[in-house]
Design a protein around this ligand. Sequence first.
Ligand code: DQA
Length: 149
Amino acid sequence: MPTLVYILNGPNLNLLGKRQPHIYGHETLADVERDCVALAAELGVRTRFLQSNTEGQIIDWIHQAREDGAGIVINPAAFTHTSVAILDALNAFDGPVIEVHISNVHKRESFRHHSYVSLRADGVIAGCGTEGYRLALRRIASLVAEAGE
Ligand code: DQA
């Protein structure tokens, strides 16, 4: 059974492609998922691609990843900047974590410059558009492979 990587998406990312396309682009979350599934097959990993607008649901998925996940790619969206609870959940997860932001949060409002999740993330990708998910997946796959060596 190939290694499982969770790809978690926070609030409003269900509206990707429709919401502020000048910032987040025209691709939908379904497009991102399709591309990640294709890349995962090349990399020899499996993905569980999930989105929720609810903080508790994201925390529950991180807890689930403790049981069966080898790594986590997470775009916590606005929870990035607010959620100690998501940070705590990630701190209870042992595998590699890569944080993704579609936009370059550092070029935007100052409240987006701070990330609780970055205190735990092994890597952060921001401002690479939806390609950032594929970059993150490649990095997670190599970290997971290294950990298994
Ligand atoms: C985001 C950046 C966050 O600041 C914002 O709240 C989002 C999306 C990004 O992918 O660029 O919802 O995480």
